[in-house]
Design a protein around this ligand. Sequence first.
Ligand code: GSH
Length: 214
Amino acid sequence: MIKIHGVHGSPFVRKVFIMLAMKGVDYEIVPQMPFSGSEEYKKINPLGKIPTLVDGDFTLCDSKVICRYLEAAYPEPSLYPTDAKERATADWYEELSGTTITELATGIFFQRFMRPRVFKQEPDEELIEKIVTKQLPPMLDYLEARVPADGFVFGEFTMADLSIVSPFINASYAGYTVDAAVWPKLAGLIARVREVPEVEGVLDAEAKTFGKAR
Ligand SMILES: N[C@@H](CCC(=O)N[C@@H](CS)C(=O)NCC(=O)O)C(=O)O
């Protein structure tokens, strides 16, 4: 059986769990905290990051790479667009969202959620203010101009939708929501993605892990 090394709550691990659920592929979670410094874990993932997929003697790192492998290995249902331009656009959204946007959104999550709970430190409110008022808005404007008012980015649900939304789920754990008065399309997409049954299932599991209702 496929093993995923990681934990609930990571925006990257979440994508892999949801994709496996949508493809109907059974998997086992091997608990692996980020930033653990485990030398043993670095033997399968030299970066020490989560997730890592292990299937027998086959090992794969990085959520983007893992998701592309899963799409090729388990083609149904298709979760990436097949048209060349749409597929490339989906890849770009996953790249943008998995880098800069995740850094900003998880910055809020780290400060407001992880720091007090895990590190017993006060959040850096100045940093949060800078993210929320200066750094995140241009990204939200960019996405707002590209996401639809109804349905999903490429009609049917794809990993592009999940990639765009995943960082904002982390920010929501820290009390941040995308203002629907300013970015109505993006706020609507976030709400619709949350309602996809497999997304709901994984978010319920996250809520149990965090010990609170989502
Ligand atoms: N590009 C990687 C990023 C993975 C990543 O940064 N995961 C975080 C947890 S959300 C992590 O393990 N951080 C630990 C570290 O950076 O050392 C992917 O898509 O899987």
